[in-house]
Design a protein around this ligand. Structure first.
Ligand code: PGA
Length: 250
């Protein structure tokens, strides 16, 4: 059985004090849920967040990491440094990393390799831009993003992979893919994995949707059979909104 997951990507938001306040409110209000719940604060607040959430159901995850073990990579953070403070999951390939920091499929393949070698779990993000969708090219774009970064992996590695389909045109824009558009793409993605690795493996991969998920649209999106949860940006910064989204998965 694949996991249901609701993960909050805080991006470059929240000071230490604000992190403390939001986590306290989330912990106090967290409903009973079948989903795994995750939050991804900025690097400098991860240690504090892990300490604060110790023993809670909310997992603290990282927004990014480097592919090397250590070394002369100014401004970067390595897997061992995350593991050392209790972080076991990392988001890789977010569209903002791709667009603003030049991360491409080849680089992401190296980051994924490193995370897997370190026994970390990866939330791998991908998705087409508006121009791709308008040109009817969205399936091709998604297929190549996935194949380039993930399809050289051995079957066993997929136990550590969670996918997050995030159409770039829906991120932070208030424009959400319709539940039908999300389901159509998620089913396509699952078929791709089945084609490469077999149906049993494909059925076990969680595929999250991301892009303007809000309390008001979460339940409908999550009700689709191939949507296993969400990666939430803006709405994860407000406790009641994030809680409302978690309630949407049941
Ligand atoms: P959004 O961001 O929910 O603010 O659209 C989603 C994401 O970037 O993961």
């Amino acid at each position: 059985m694949r996991s249901k997951i609701v993960a909050g990507n805080w991006k470059m938001n929240k000071t230490a004090g604000q992190t403390n306040a939001l986590l306290a409110e989330l912990s106090a209000k967290l409903p009973d849920t079948r989903a795994e719940v995750m939050v991804a604060p900025v690097f400098v607040n991860l240690t504090q967040a892990v300490g604060q959430l110790g023993g809670s159901k909310i997992e603290v995850v990282a927004q990014n990491m480097h592919f090397a073990d250590n070394g002369a990579y100014t401004g970067e953070v390595a897997a061992d440094m995350l593991l050392d403070i209790g972080i076991k999951t990392v988001i890789l390939g977010h569209s903002e990393r791709r667009a603003y920091f030049g991360e491409d499929d080849a680089l992401l393949a190296k980051k994924v390799q490193q995370a897997l070698a370190k026994q970390m779990r990866v939330i791998f993000c991908f998705g087409e831009e508006l121009a791709d969708r308008k040109a009817g090219n969205h399936f091709n774009v998604v297929e190549s993003q996935l194949k380039n970064a993930l399809f050289a992996l051995p079957a066993d590695a997929w136990k550590q992979i969670v996918l997050a389909y995030e159409p770039v045109w829906a991120i932070g824009t208030g424009e959400t893919a319709s539940p039908e558009q999300a389901q159509e793409m998620h089913a396509f993605i699952r078929q791709l994995i089945a084609g490469g690795y077999g149906d049993a493996l494909a059925q076990n991969v969680s595929i999250l949707y991301g892009g303007s998920v809000k309390p008001g649209n979460a339940a409908e999106i999550f009700s689709k059979p191939d949507v296993d949860g969400g990666l939430i940006g803006g709405a994860s910064l407000v406790a009641d909104d994030f809680i409302g989204i978690i309630k949407g998965i049941g």
